[in-house]
Design a protein around this ligand. Structure first.
Ligand code: NAP
Ligand code: G4F
Length: 344
């Protein structure tokens, strides 16, 4: 019998990579997409061309994480062995602008799935997409499964609710429900307003003479950036482990936004010279033209200054470790971007 997976958030970066992974593992994959006025399946459309995709092993359904009826009905209809909850309003800065919606989707959405599981089939395994944003103002360094949380945004607070409600349902109803605490992971499919994609896209366009300037916020925030393809493998391993537990997934290496910019510039052979401080810091190309400037609007009301994880537990028990480093990530993102054709 083939295993059946149900993915909430199938149209996102991770949803796309996870779908491919599960189809290669011969799962039947049901994906939940939400209704939008324009087509939102661009990240998964190519999956239908893959040789391992047959007519009936990848099926999309309409649903919404803020709509409990759709969640209940989809779980009832698709009868999954495993549910992956990747659906979220996943942009931290945006969560300050739409905090109530973010809480509804990112916190209560998880409760809706968990409660449907215990009502319909408590044997379903559940993966919750937790985030290193829950560490926020970090309480110890590096962060592992024992590090106390201190979220700094409506997004981080909502993810923390999801983390604890997943543990609460696991302990109360003995279900196989797990939290992955994933640090930042990127890829060519990353959303365009996250900082890595924004930098790569703009700098490729600058290199090709299609854009003049890139505006950024806090250059000195540090992140532990991995590749999404590695991280979806961890999600799957988490649900195959003998016990339902919580897991930190990260590279253990940390770079600032400015270092990321410099690595992209190096790959593109752009010679950047940084001058000035604070809001007046600028990166010049060939000493003359400023191509990167700072805009106050990209700073957040509360920042997560530094994140660096410790994935020893996953290394030891899941036999998981990242296979791609930051240089591979940048090469993958830049090469993808350079191959895009732009209408402008
Ligand atoms: P993403 O690209 O933003 O994808 C989010 C997915 O959720 C998209 O498919 C989106 O649909 C869907 N979604 C949003 N609101 C929804 C709603 N109300 N109902 C149903 N679906 C909804 O995010 P990602 O980078 O793949 O991340 C996947 C998950 O991991 C998210 O929960 C994120 O918060 C979490 N996470 C990500 C990272 C990271 O660094 N990438 C790290 C830790 C945790 P549309 O395509 O229609 O927008
Ligand atoms: O790329 P970011 O928007 O990612 P952030 O806030 O770390 O969140 C991502 O990773 C989390 C895991 O830790 C996920 F849970 C979450 O869903 C999301 O995927 O920003 C990274 C850093 C921040 O410190 C931000 O202030 O980059 C800084 N930054 C500087 N200039 C900018 C910009 N971020 C964005 N998005 N845009 C800028 O212009």
């Amino acid at each position: 019998m083939k295993k059946v997976a149900l993915i909430f958030g199938v149209t996102g970066q991770d949803g796309s990579y996870l779908t491919k992974l599960l189809l290669k593992k011969k799962y039947i994959v049901h994906g939940v997409k939400r209704r939008s006025s324009s087509i939102n399946t661009s990240r998964i459309d190519d999956i239908y061309q893959e040789p391992f995709v047959k007519k009936k092993n990848f099926i999309l359904h309409y649903g919404d994480i803020t709509d409990g009826i759709s969640i209940f009905n989809l779980i009832k209809k698709t009868k999954p062995d495993e549910i992956y909850n990747l659906a979220a309003q996943s942009h931290v800065a945006v969560s300050f602008k739409i905090p109530e919606y973010t809480t509804n989707a990112d916190a209560v959405g998880t409760l809706r799935i968990l409660d449907s599981i215990i009502k319909l089939n408590p044997k379903i395994k559940f993966y919750q997409a937790g985030s290193s944003e829950m560490y926020g103002k970090v309480q110890s360094f590096p962060q592992n499964e024992k590090t106390p949380f201190y979220p700094r945004s409506p997004y981080g607070v909502s993810k923390l609710y999801s983390h604890w409600i997943t543990i609460n349902y696991r302990e109360s109803y003995k279900i196989f429900a797990c939290n992955g605490i994933l640090f930042n992971h990127e890829s060519p499919l990353r959303g365009e307003t996250f900082v890595t994609k924004k930098i790569v896209k703009a700098m490729c366009k600058i290199k090709n003479g299609r854009q003049k300037k890139l505006y950024l916020g806090n250059l000195y925030a540090k992140r532990d950036w991995g590749h999404a393809e590695d991280y979806v493998e961890a999600m799957w391993r988490i649900l195959q482990y003998k016990n339902p537990e919580d897991w930190v997934i990260c590279t253990g290496k940390q770079y600032s936004v400015k270092q990321f910019v410099n690595l992209v510039a190096k790959y593109l052979r752009l010679k950047l010279i940084w001058k000035g401080k604070g809001l007046y810091e600028k990166a010049y190309l060939e000493k003359k033209v400023p191509i990167i400037e700072i805009k106050k609007e990209y700073f957040r009301p509360a920042e997560v200054d530094t994140l660096k994880g410790d994935a020893s537990k996953a290394r030891k028990f899941l036999k998981w470790k990242p296979s791609k480093n930051i240089n591979y990530l940048i090469k993958d993102m830049v090469e993808y971007e350079l191959n895009q054709t732009y209408e402008d």
